[in-house]
Design a protein around this ligand. Structure first.
Ligand SMILES: [Zn+2]
Ligand SMILES: [Zn+2]
Length: 240
């Protein structure tokens, strides 16, 4: 009771605000993102590019694949993202990733869970869910791995195994957001390895990350996993 009282007092002094627009939240209703912002998150709509998962424009020259993916060599089999990386979604991911708002893991992973259900993603076919790891040095700065937090909720929902010890970072890399598209692949080249303790032979894996932009990070992680015997590597990010 005392704890509840203290929490009540704390929320009077520091009312909880929406991480995207700073409006006061309806705490009694357990709100973590305000309704207005939630409704403004731009969703990806089909048809999707069969590689990167972005919405395919009507006048796209190829039937199933977007112009960016035609020119690139990506090592994953296919990626999906429920949201477009702009506006509210971009702001929320920034708060989640860099401002330590780890309680956003729940509502953000829920968006991914809803997408999995709506589009019938084959979760049953995956042997393991693997979050993109952070290097130890980055982990110290941020205190938690946002991909792991998202992956945890998804694995729990679909009763899948989450493995945070399979994929490892060999070296710290510059944040991809600081780099030009052309520099990103080089920045992450050879930066992942797979633990010798696990066997990935013939396994189908689902990688989880927050954002897919050029796809360089997910592609490099997929290459390491496939070189270790994985049969299929698929990617689910919150936004792209
Ligand atoms: Zn808001
Ligand atoms: Zn594409």
């Amino acid at each position: 009771m005392l704890r509840g009282l203290l929490r009540g007092l704390k929320s009077i002094i520091y009312p909880k605000t929406c991480p995207a627009c700073k409006a006061k939240l309806d705490e009694a209703g357990g709100e973590l993102i305000c309704k207005k912002c939630y409704s403004q998150i731009k969703m990806n709509l089909p048809p999707f590019c069969v590689l990167c998962g972005r919405h395919l424009e009507k006048n796209s020259p190829n039937k199933n694949i977007c112009p960016q993916c035609v020119r690139k060599r990506l090592h994953f089999d296919r990626a999906w993202s429920p949201c477009v990386y702009e506006g509210v979604a971009k702001k929320l991911i920034h708060e989640f990733k860099y401002k330590g708002k780890n309680n956003l893991a729940k509502p953000l992973s829920q968006i991914m869970i809803n997408f999995i259900r709506e589009y019938g993603l084959p979760l049953g076919d995956f042997d393991l869910i693997i979050p993109i790891p952070l290097h130890k040095a980055r982990m110290r700065e941020r205190e938690f791995n946002q991909s792991e937090a998202l992956g945890m909720h998804i694995a729990k929902e679909f009763k899948k195994e989450l493995s945070c010890e399979t994929l490892l970072r060999l070296r710290p890399t510059k944040s991809q957001t600081e780099l030009k598209d052309s520099e990103r692949a080089l920045n992450v080249a050879g930066s992942f390895t797979v633990s010798k303790k696990v066997s990935l032979k013939d396994k189908n894996l689902l990688l989880i990350d927050d954002v897919l932009t050029t796809g360089a990070t997910s592609s490099e992680a997929s290459l390491a996993l496939k070189n270790s015997g994985a049969e299929g590597v698929f990617v689910l990010t919150l936004a792209n």
